[in-house]
Design a protein around this ligand. Structure first.
Ligand code: AMP
Length: 281
């Protein structure tokens, strides 16, 4: 497995692979890899002959009071896990490689209809940071396919939107949410939970499932089901930010005659901010 830190050496390596006829898949990550990331890598390997995984803790997607400084960084363990998966290259750029003109001069990308709601409300500027780094990585690698996780539902919609709107040729694939045995969605931030919090954390996914079951049963409105689920989360000791049923394609308010829907939630628990979602076919 190659470890590459500059765009120059990345491009040299990629063009040799392309000349050999290989398709290239990119899996962008912030590192501290867990089984959920490795499932993205496996999906990438089924779609392309060469797999590149990027590891970059992107400063522009963190708010000023968020965990950029303390975000877990484990490059050696990550490299070992990726090598064991047969990944061809890990791209570990420095900030100056990703933001060559400096962060303050960085080109902004805004998609108001998708970025300002739900997680964008609690994390202003977050999706602008995600979009700018993902577009940079897509331009650096020029992959045939890039793989993201459904865990970050709003994020994958932002990425699909910018790729369609800006005519980026990369095909976007989204892998299902990887969960612990008790239902908690895997996340690098789960390690912020102390044992008591960790025991309460599966309440988030349970709340989504309760709402989905209520919708399937009928009789109660989505709003009433979400209100009850929010109250349940509070009783379980979580501090919910939002829990809503939305149109799965646009995140607009759910329309009774337009499916699929998605139930999305975010909640604080101790030092962690947990997110999760569930598609309603
Ligand atoms: P991150 O390193 O947290 O930025 O995540 C990198 C990629 O992995 C993103 O596309 C995430 O959506 C995806 N991902 C993270 N956790 C999970 C999970 N539990 N299941 C599926 N995909 C995930």
């Amino acid at each position: 497995m190659q470890t590459l830190v500059s765009v120059g050496e990345l491009r040299t390596r990629l063009s040799a692979w392309r000349q050999g006829g290989a398709r290239i898949a990119l899996v962008p990550t912030m590192g501290n890899l867990h089984e959920g990331h490795l499932e993205l890598v496996r999906l990438a390997a089924r779609e392309a002959e060469r797999v590149v995984v990027s590891i970059f803790v992107n400063p522009t997607q963190f708010g000023p009071s968020e965990d950029f400084a303390s975000y877990p960084r484990t490059p050696e363990a990550d490299r070992a896990a990726l090598a064991a998966e047969g990944v061809d290259a890990v791209f570990l750029p420095e900030e100056a490689e990703v933001y060559p003109l400096g962060r303050s001069a960085a080109t902004q990308i805004r998609i108001p209809a998708l970025m300002d709601d739900l997680c964008g409300r609690g994390r202003p500027g977050h999706f602008e940071g995600v979009a700018t780094v993902v577009l940079r990585l897509l331009n650096m690698v020029g992959p045939d396919v890039a793989v993201f996780g459904q865990k970050d539902y709003q994020q994958q919609l932002v990425i699909r939107h910018l790729v369609r709107d800006l005519n980026v040729v990369t095909r976007i694939l989204v892998a299902p949410i990887s969960r612990e045995a008790d239902g908690l969605a895997r996340s690098s931030r789960n390690q912020y939970l102390d044992p008591g919090e960790r025991a309460r954390a599966p309440a988030l996914y349970a709340a989504l499932r309760t709402v989905a079951a209520g919708l399937a049963e009928g009789g109660q409105s989505a709003a009433a089901l979400c209100d009850a689920a929010m109250a349940g989360l509070q009783e379980a000791g979580l501090a919910p930010e939002y829990l809503e049923v939305r149109d799965a394609a646009t995140l607009a308010p759910a329309d009774p005659v337009r499916r699929p829907w998605v139930v999305l939630a975010a909640a604080r628990l101790g030092r962690a901010r947990l997110i999760d979602n569930l598609l309603i076919p």
